[in-house]
Design a binder for this molecule. Sequence first.
Ligand code: PLP
Length: 464
Amino acid sequence: METNPTAAATAAARAWRDRDLAVLWHPCTQMKEHPDALPLVPIRRGRGAWLEGVDGKRYLDAVSSWWTNLFGHAEPRIAEAVAAQARELEHVIFAGFSHEPGLRLAEALLAVAPRQAGRPPLARVFYADNGSAAIEVALKMSFHCHRNRGDDRRTRFVALGNSYHGETLGALSMGDIPLYRRVYAPLLLQPLFAPSPDAFEAEPGESAEACALRRAEELRAIFEAHPGEISALILEPLVQCAGGMRMHHPAYLRRAREICDVHGAHLIADEIAVGFGRTGTLFACEQAGIAPDFLCLSKGLTGGFMPLSAVLTTQAVYEAFLDDSRERAFLHSHSYSGNPLACAAALASLAIFAEDDVLARNRVTAARMAELAAPLAEHPCVADLRQTGMILAIETRAASGEHGTAVEIAGGAGLRAYRHAISRGVVLRPLGDVLYWMPPYCVGEEELLHLAEVTTSAIAEVWR
Ligand SMILES: *Cc1c(COP(=O)(O)O)cnc(C)c1O
């Protein structure tokens, strides 16, 4: 599966890196680590679960390109939908104007959104263009909704320990990953942080469910200590991804839903990472049988093709903004809100779920992932092996560095594991001490075998 680049191809890749490092500034990167400690990998094309470097070397994309890709790179049906849309209408201002992909996508999303018996369904779609922007929209809409109803005391949000909701100031405020938050802390909103229901942090002998219920009581206490002050609770249902793929029992979500209802607060479900099948169901909320007041979607929304996000909310929230006054309107906008190319990609992606019976196929793939990873649990350096659907995480015992801080390839062991995997043709980006598999759904048997083999050798080499 590995190809050895020719000398000329290697020289071309090196020349590329020099040009890149002369002008670019990459995300989530200490640029000083380039070019030596952290090798930059120029990519010329992607096919299925594979990326191909400019030197011809291939890499299995085990992290789905930051959790965006669903069905493989350059998926032909999505590519064709985007190309066809580009020939008709590439973009139009979405204030005062509408278009077919934007309308059809809203209808399609509402049709598949999580439902809860006895609760009015999600009935409105607001578009933005990235995940962080969707979080900003949900926070602002929640606050503004209460205010429009004459309740201007609800100025606080509740977020969970170990959470991640994005990088813009409002979204970053709701996050609890110290390395991302610390520097900007003086600029941020101050949410009330409730302890994470993370089952890895359960007491000895405590089940995941008991841990979730205990944490829910602590959540309830926070609400009771701040009556009438809380606008919304924001959480990542089932898996706190950036926080190290930490997983919790769905019982927590049911309790959280009840607590929000009792206290007149909204529930914001951030399914930006876990949505679109990652956890085994189309949306994670389904596994708890709950529906949120705001559902934030991005990443896999377009199958990994285009930046787009959507915030789904209820008719009741929408109606709180209807008035003769402009000030009561939601005046938030982004230039590329509802971009038709992105909506066309999202529609094509949703169609694939039905056409290929993706969720059923994923159940087989997820079971195979579990089988292949099982031997790793025996390794003395593996503290936990956990899985929710198509997300599988291997928690290693801290080899060095800040344990418990889930920062991407944080240096030390994480960086060595990353480099080892890259040299073996696999993209693994450890989160602190956590290695994880979140492959595109098209991943096949041979690819999974390769992934398991390289993960095993990375652990053996780095966490000896
Ligand atoms: C990635 C992510 C975001 C932010 O999305 P961006 O498009 O990167 O701004 C928000 N919430 C969760 C859970 C995420 O994983």
